[in-house]
Design a protein around this ligand. Structure first.
Ligand SMILES: Cc1cc2nc3c(=O)[nH]c(=O)nc-3n(C[C@H](O)[C@H](O)[C@H](O)COP(=O)(O)O)c2cc1C
Length: 389
């Protein structure tokens, strides 16, 4: 077993172990993938101020996100189809997060159901909602999340319609994969994945099949979801959902100051500055580039989180120093999950925490709440002279 020292190590193993269809599903952005690429390259543009002769004993990465204690300001982002990256992937990820002391967010489009995850974990997790046109289904879904003890609802706002990802169309992405010759050939070199998958009954969308009207078999599912995502979602509906949940609510997918202001007014507890990991509007700016402007607009009104492009503890540090109270990782933990299940997710979290802790110390800070812009060197024009006509 190679020594894992960074997220890239996990990605290399992940690529070898998981069917190409699911690797491609994670490792892609929409259209030209410009936003997907810039999410990471923009982090690289920000540098850190090295400080010396500062007492660095008694350091801690612990803090809070939406009032909940977290071992570091990082949550696992909602990611669909985790159970296809590794058998029972949602359960493995939730357990790793729970043991580490950070939140796990279960996607509406998960393979393991809300109940599956609740039964196999002991701490509350967060639930992510895609808004659907079938209001009855949404009401029942929220009730199921409540009954399972979910401690926060994350409402995703940037996927009323799906951004085209070329590879998924070319690969014929499905869960489980269709028994085509191409898929059999691919699977023959990923036999461990296949063996694990044969041992679990969870191979379909657990929150949907058997719960939503007219979805009893997986073949009708993609059709159903394409029709079900609510294109008419507006702020009135968002307000209604927040009221219906009646608990901690986080609005995910905010990338614009005006939307951030609306989100702050609608009664949510936090927003996530996000472009869905570059999977939706290609050509949008990266989350880290938009963060300072959004902080200026609503930083004193609502808690701000960030995702998209985080691959290291230094990326977390940069986000927090620019004002975010918390961050989420998507692909960084998916690589770990696909590489080696729960242990791989734990590896990813350890890598990120170690980088965060060491970088904080070398910047002369001992606690997350001491991180501010003063630790950063941000290139002139980073926030951009992007003019609206
Ligand atoms: C494979 C994959 C599936 C995703 N599925 C969902 C989902 O079901 N719901 C959601 O709100 N976001 C989803 N996202 C977006 C993530 O929650 C998050 O915004 C994104 O991964 C952050 O970017 P990063 O992967 O660069 O960390 C998905 C992302 C990936 C990579």
């Amino acid at each position: 077993m190679p020594v894992i020292t960074n997220i890239e190590d996990l990605k290399r193993i992940y690529r070898r172990r998981v069917p190409k269809m699911f690797y491609d599903y994670a490792e892609s952005g929409s259209w030209t993938e410009q936003t997907f690429r810039e999410n990471t390259s923009d982090f690289d543009q920000i540098r850190l101020r090295q400080r010396v002769a500062v007492d660095m004993t008694g350091r801690s990465t612990a803090t809070q996100m939406v009032g909940q204690d977290v071992a570091m300001p990082v949550a696992l982002a909602p990611v669909g189809l985790l159970g296809m990256q590794h058998a029972d992937g949602e359960i493995h990820s939730a357990r790793a997060a729970e043991k580490f002391g950070i939140p796990f967010t279960l996607s509406t489009m998960s393979i393991c159901s809300i109940e599956d995850v609740a039964e196999r974990t002991s701490k509350p997790f967060w639930f992510q909602l895609y808004t659907m046109t079938d209001e009855d289904y949404v009401r029942r879904l929220l009730q199921r999340a409540k009954d399972a003890g979910c401690s926060a609802l994350v409402i995703t706002l940037d996927l009323q319609i799906i951004g085209q990802r070329h590879k998924d169309l070319k690969n014929g992405l499905s869960a489980p994969p269709k028994p085509t010759l191409k898929n059999w050939i691919d699977l023959s070199t990923r036999w461990m994945w296949g063996i694990n998958m044969l041992q679990t009954p969870r191979r379909q969308f657990g929150n949907i099949v058997g719960h939503a009207e007219g979805v009893d078999d997986p073949s009708s599912l993609f059709e159903w979801t394409a029709k079900q995502f609510d294109p008419a979602l507006d702020w009135k509906k968002v307000a209604k959902l927040i009221e219906m949940w009646d608990g901690t609510t986080i609005l995910k997918g905010i990338l614009d100051e005006e939307d951030a202001r609306r989100a702050a007014e609608v009664g949510a507890n936090a927003i996530v500055v996000s472009n869905h990991g570059g999977r939706q509007l290609d050509g949008a700016l990266s989350s880290i580039r938009m963060l300072p402007r959004i902080m200026d607009a609503v930083g004193d009104k609502i808690e701000v989180h960030l995702d998209s492009g985080i691959r290291s503890g230094q990326d977390v540090l940069k986000s927090i120093a620019l004002g975010a109270k918390g961050t989420y990782i998507g692909r960084a933990f998916v690589y770990g999950l696909g590489a080696m299940g729960e242990a791989g997710v734990t590896h990813a979290l350890r890598v990120i925490q170690k980088e965060l802790d060491t970088s904080m110390a070398l910047c002369g800070r001992r606690r997350v709440d001491e991180l501010d812009r003063d630790v950063l060197l941000v290139p002139e024009g980073f926030e951009g002279r992007w003019q609206q006509p």
